[in-house]
Ligand binder design. Structure first.
Ligand code: XIL
Length: 301
């Protein structure tokens, strides 16, 4: 096939991108989006600060724009993210204990209910584990409401939208290390106790400090072997030219080699759309031209 989405679809997968609602009026951006990708993730529009700016008052306008575009163009939607320690509205940052727990549960219920039936996969919980060798949870206001907050979020999401696949999503979990081992243990425990979890997202933000790990495929496979789908959710790779192109191809090959790796999402369309302050980590240059990384990705799919 001649596009990323169609090539991925040929093996039953999707190839998606993060999308910013305010860029949809940019015709270069909108044309690449409609042509190349068959899944979208709202980059910021479904986060807590965007969807519940004051407690109990929900605002879905920008996220709805993206979901409606996806519906019109037959694309899947990855919902991102129901519960996260970042991009919380200030009212939530000022809560703790039972009040915060109840606010989180209500938030998950309201947002998942609003999009019921329209989300392929939800990042129910994002980035809840600590970096470094400790293999523990990240300290956060949500974690301080009790260690069971993650499973409560998953059970709440399942009750609100039983058809959506429910994912745990994180970074620096792409290879086997203390952090991914801790996530692995949580997924194993959830599976053993019947806590609803269907997928694990691997953000895959790679650069010189944190390159594509040699055991990437093996790590995806061990999670898949627990009985969950695995998804590459926020891929970007700092660099340029053939080195960058071969890293993108290696990511695609790793996913294709894992039966339950059912989709890849890049975190933006053009280099100029990247959340990274500098660099050229995406598949299209600032003018929307296909880079070597694009061709290598398409060829590997
Ligand atoms: C980033 C967005 O791309 C930026 O626009 C925003 O300012 C900050 O968040 N991990 C995640 C994403 O799960 O939500 C983050 O997105 C990038 C890191």
């Amino acid at each position: 096939a001649t596009t990323l989405g169609a090539s991925a679809a040929a093996t039953g997968r999707y190839f998606g991108t993060a999308v910013a609602a305010y860029k949809l009026s940019d015709s270069t951006y909108a044309n690449i989006l409609s042509t190349e990708f068959n899944s979208v993730t709202p980059e910021n529009e479904m986060k807590w600060d965007a969807t519940e700016p004051s407690q109990g008052t929900f605002s879905f306008g920008s996220a709805d724009q993206i979901v409606n575009l996806a519906k019109n163009q037959g694309k899947k939607v990855r919902g991102h993210a129901l519960a996260w320690h970042q991009q919380q509205p200030s009212w939530a940052q000022n809560l703790s204990g039972t009040a915060l727990r109840n606010a989180m549960v209500n938030h998950v219920t309201q947002v998942a209910t609003h999009y019921k039936g329209q989300i392929d996969s939800w990042d129910v919980v994002n980035e809840a584990f600590a970096d470094g060798g400790g293999g523990g949870r990240r300290d956060s206001n949500l974690q301080r409401t009790g260690n069971d907050w993650i499973e409560v979020a998953f059970r709440t999401a399942r009750a609100a939208d039983p058809a959506a696949k429910l994912c745990y999503n994180d970074y620096n979990t792409d290879g086997q290390n203390a952090k991914s081992n801790a996530v692995y243990a949580m997924v194993q425990d959830f599976k053993a106790r019947g806590v609803p979890i269907d997928c694990v997202g691997f953000q895959s933000h790679f650069n010189a400090q944190s390159p594509l790990p040699a055991d990437y495929q093996a790590n995806l496979q061990r999670f898949a072997d627990l009985g969950v789908d695995v998804q590459i959710t926020e891929l970007d790779i700092e660099g340029s030219g053939t080195a960058q192109a071969s890293s993108f191809a290696a990511v695609v090959r790793a996913c294709l080699a894992v039966t339950r790796c059912n989709g890849i999402t890049v975190w933006g369309i053009r280099d100029s759309d990247s959340w990274r302050a500098s660099g050229t980590p995406l598949l299209f240059d600032g003018s929307g031209n296909k880079k070597a990384a694009y061709t290598a990705t398409l060829d590997a799919l």
